[in-house]
Design a protein around this ligand. Structure first.
Ligand SMILES: Nc1nc2c(ncn2[C@@H]2O[C@H](COP(=O)(O)OP(=O)(O)OP(=O)(O)O)[C@@H](O)[C@H]2O)c(=O)[nH]1
Ligand SMILES: [Mg+2]
Length: 376
């Protein structure tokens, strides 16, 4: 079996040589290449290039100046560029011991599987290398939640969050993947029913360098899960819903300290408009940002929309309060719900409209017109 090893790296310089050394020791009878997909901001690319010179196996470096899709995007890019059909994805910090790879290959060689997952959560595996009890609990809980949301597709997989797995590229529909954040295996398994098998492994502590896992990654993961299961509109709804709750909470707090309710509504709206935009940028529409022009253009469009919405909405609140005698916070809630639908349509179709495709459509227009004429 010929093997492409895909190693995503972000500032992992001190781990590169050790990883290549342990791979060479373990895989002495396997034909393999190593593809580093690197988004580093330090000298990791130079270290990889230097290490490639003395490496027994071919080493390739894809350094992304403008990374798209974070860790998941890097993995997909690596799989796309792989020379062999069997691709093994592993971290670059030696938390995934290279010594397990022969067992993964042996399992795949039985011929009845598309993906072999190295699992921390079956007999013989451990997750002791996770930095602390909080990380262990978060990992366990998110695994349970994920399995509950995809009971059928993840049936044979105890560790859909692992970054250590072997797959046959030809069984994966790379075009359908929308990598966001850390959990690329989940994305692959949730998109298409694949035959999954598992091999246990002990998740080791980091060899060197610093962790890139963070609270933001956690939020990205929750968004990814929601979008995979229920689609983009529900992720938009959750962000909007949380924004609306925050809006009401701020308004309530300001009214409680005797700010006039109209001013309280203005302040609450401005704060939530900005927070909402950031959540849309980095969570809900993160995968569409690259194609939809400049961030500040999007901000202006989004801000203008929300500003106009607020200008329409706040007098409406006043009408509901003064004429219909509805309590101010309830009046605000009613108008926020009405605004939601209009806002989703505007953001999906206008703010995040793909520029390139629009340009492509414009380029195609004469041909379409000509063929229409011909048909007529
Ligand atoms: N190309 C690329 N690689 C990344 C990115 N973020 C993380 N990585 C790599 O992905 C692998 C996993 O990231 P880690 O920071 O080790 O995450 P973790 O294993 O959950 O966290 P620790 O247990 O603290 O190590 C490492 O090889 C990182 O260098 C990214 O944005 N782009
Ligand atoms: Mg790690």
């Amino acid at each position: 079996m010929e093997l492409s090893l895909i190693v995503p790296t972000f500032n992992e310089g001190p781990n590169v040589r050790e990883l290549l050394r342990r791979l060479a020791d373990t895989l002495d009878s396997t034909v393999y290449e190593v593809v580093f997909v690197d988004d580093s901001t330090d000298d990791t690319p130079d270290i990889i290039r230097a290490a490639a010179v003395d490496s027994a196996a071919p080493v390739r470096l894809i350094h992304r100046e403008r990374p798209v899709g974070g860790l998941g995007g890097a993995v997909v890019e690596g799989i796309r560029s792989a020379s062999h059909d069997w691709c093994l994805v592993m971290d670059g910090d030696l938390q995934h011991p290279p010594e397990v790879i022969p067992q993964l290959l042996a399992r795949a060689a039985r011929g009845d599987t598309d993906v072999v997952v190295a699992s921390r959560y079956i007999d013989g595996g451990t997750s002791d290398g996770l930095a602390n009890a909080v990380r262990t609990t978060v990992s366990r809980a998110s695994t349970l939640l994920t399995k509950a949301m995809f009971p059928r597709k993840l049936n044979g997989c105890s560790d859909p969050m692992t970054g250590f797995f072997l797959l046959r590229r030809s069984t994966v529909d790379l075009e359908s993947l929308q990598p966001r954040g850390f959990k690329i295996l989940l994305e692959i398994l949730a998109r298409r029913q694949l035959r999954v098998s598992e091999v246990p492994f002990a998740f080791a502590p980091r060899f060197a360098g610093e962790s890139k896992a963070s609270f933001t990654q956690g939020m990205r993961f929750l968004t990814q899960l929601t979008m995979l299961r229920f689609g983009r509109m529900s992720a938009f709804a959750i962000v909007g819903g949380l924004g609306a709750l925050a809006n009401l909470a701020i308004m309530w707090a300001l009214v409680a300290v005797h700010m006039p309710y109209v001013w309280a509504a203005v302040v609450a709206s401005v704060i939530t408009i900005v927070a909402n935009f950031l959540a849309l940028e980095y969570l809900v529409f993160a995968d569409m940002r690259a194609d939809s022009g400049r961030m500040w253009h999007r901000f202006v469009k989004s801000f203008t929309f929300n500003g106009i919405e607020a200008i329409v909405r706040i007098p409406l609140i006043a009408v509901l309060v003064e004429r219909a005698h509805i309590p101010s916070v309830i009046a605000a809630a009613v108008t926020l719900i009405a605004a939601f639908v209009v806002r989703f349509v505007f953001h999906a179709l206008v703010v995040y409209a793909p520029k390139k495709r629009r340009a492509e459509a414009a380029a195609l227009a004469p041909a379409v017109a000509a063929s229409d004429e011909l048909a007529a």
